[in-house]
Design a protein around this ligand. Sequence first.
Ligand code: BGC
Length: 768
Amino acid sequence: MVKWCRVKYHPNLPYYNDGRRVTECDEHIQLSREAACEGMVLLKNENKVLPIVNGKNIVLFGKGQIDYVKGGGGSGEVNGSYIRNVYEGFKIKEKEGKVNILHQLSAFYEDVVKKQFADGVEIGKTTEPEIPEYLLNVAKKYTDTAVITIDRFSGEGYDRKGEEYDGDFYLSREEEKMVKTVSANFGNVIVVLDVGGMVDTSWFKDNDKISSVLLAWQAGIEGGLAIADILCGDAVPSGKLVDTFADSFDAYPSSANFNESEDYVDYNDDIYVGYRYFETIPDAKDRVCYPFGFGLSYTTFDISNITFTQNGDDVTVKATVTNTGDYKGKEVVQVYYSAPQGKLGKPARELIAFKKTDLLMPGESQIVEMSFDVKAMASYDDLGKVCKSAYILEQGTYKLYVGNSVRNTIEVAYTYDVEEQYRLVQQLKQRCAPRKLAKRMLSDGSYESLPTTDEPVEYNYPTLPENTAKAPQEKAMLMDVASGKVLMDEFLAQLTVSELVHIITGQPNRGVANTYGMGGDIEEYGIPTVMTADGPAGLRIDRHCSINTTAFPCATLLACSWDPDLIYRVGEAGAKEVKENNIGVWLTPAMNIHRSPLCGRNFEYYSEDPLIAGVMAAAKINGIQSQHIAASLKHFACNNKETNRHESDSRVSERALREIYIKGFEIAVKTSQPWTIMSSYNCMNGRHTSENYELLTEILREEWGFRGLVTTDWWNTAGQTLEIRAGNDVKMPITRNDTPKDYEDGKITRAEIELSAKRLLEMYMKID
Ligand code: BGC
């Protein structure tokens, strides 16, 4: 196939030369199911109620068994040919002789949900019905084992609720009643949580009437079957939490002012996000129901023979994991550090490395190896308490802990010691400093004041050198650049400013795309338009195209697998579908931090922890780009709230920005070089991120070495000229375009416009 054949001509060609198609193919559906099983987290399992004994009678309660939510809504939606709900999943197990189900009861829920859908209720928003007395009696006679499914839906453009009985973070009154009735009448109660983010877990944690709980997340096309796989023991639970599950919404520090204003959010919790808060701040520990890193198995493990070797700044950790129980399973070894408090104050624990084992049979052992750089334990001194605008390792002893959750660790003999007052790891400059954030939390739970200012944000844009290359004597086509006949700078020299601007402005949809294209489509120079499509849970193609694509599990579930190789495979499979549908840029992965349980798009994001988020995003990007499809890492940065997302100002300290909110992006950029990054809608410390020169040029490109292209988020409200000057190259998807006039008026130079066009065309060179 000649270069750019797919993006230019949109041929109806299968991915493989032998005629095999990949879009929603069996292999990808199977991968989706496998991934779903890997990321589900077993939170509770008393009396070994799970796995369900072979041949047992079970009854399924809750409308969630029918109204199954496979993933969240908005651009993260995926349209497949079917969604396997929990009831259907168990029907397959029944056919296999694993369980018997009381169909009469599930038929009741099927009816209820069907009626609510017919009345216009949306998926995941149905109301829990009352259990009819007669059905309860039939069910009681049938078995002592009940499975309850609770489902939740959220999506782009709005946030979740966190009030008592809201049917969102908390159970609704109807759900609570159903749970009480079922727990009062059955000896074994198993709860399945089909959710996309943090929810209340206090209602089952110490409730001895509920024996088992599977946090099944929103698990994609085969989600219901993956749940049945795990409950019946055909797959083993091996997921571990990537967020802290606290005993109430108020327990999260971000809850205090999440809804204070639609215009701004003050990140007063600073670096104390998630477990960094709960493990550090006095008394916060008691508010945790299920800690970060936690997840049960059907077996037990022993982690022993932990060794550390240091070579320069590189530390290698080895540990032997032994399956000490009587069931097969996988364990995740987690390494945390605790830095000395020093003058800056530090979280009590921070994740530094992790590794999941292979499937271990009873008695089997495996040596796992992990490594990290001691410099990754540095803290950012934004105020100059020790060394201003620098990453430093403060004096003292850095302790290491190894275990299988942030709580269940042992302190190991190895330490890293800094003798001097501090070790300078990296001297940087003040960037993106807050202007209106008045205070931030310290490690003892008190707050310190921060300087505020009313001064507007100004940038010192450098003067970019003009392109001195000469236009070729004969008109050159873009393909001449691809084939090495003409240099990119020579090619660009032939274009007018309005042609350059045209290149960096979104273009109309073509083929099956519905999120528009980029690249100008200038026939005269052979510049094609490359279409984009959404993710992250699979390729999103509009329903009306009648193309079904594979719905993979939501990003949070994938992160709970703690298995980057698996996420690589999901990225690779998704990108194959993207390619088969002639699209060149896949708008995924999304990786904002889970700061508050309420963020409506948490299901699209990985974790409250930047290391997990960064490693998972990097794996996904590598998988995608192995197919010569551009990944788009989004939304850069601090898009942690959906309400008024176009204008809301995230006010955050430089330290929290660097250590938490952009750390994952930094890891992903440095390890996987995404070809594109999407800036976010929101403002950050007073400026739209897409117009933020310090963020997009000084940090992203100059400090981290990002070599790709930055696009806006779709239909954002900032101005294109300032965006280009900031380093945001492409305005998506289509826009009123003042830049040619701004050029005439001397507000932007040709060199600035040309640089963005060049970045876009360089991305084309990588697409095949
Ligand atoms: C979302 C992006 C998405 C884009 C294109 C925006 O509303 O925030 O994540 O990629 O739309 O659909």
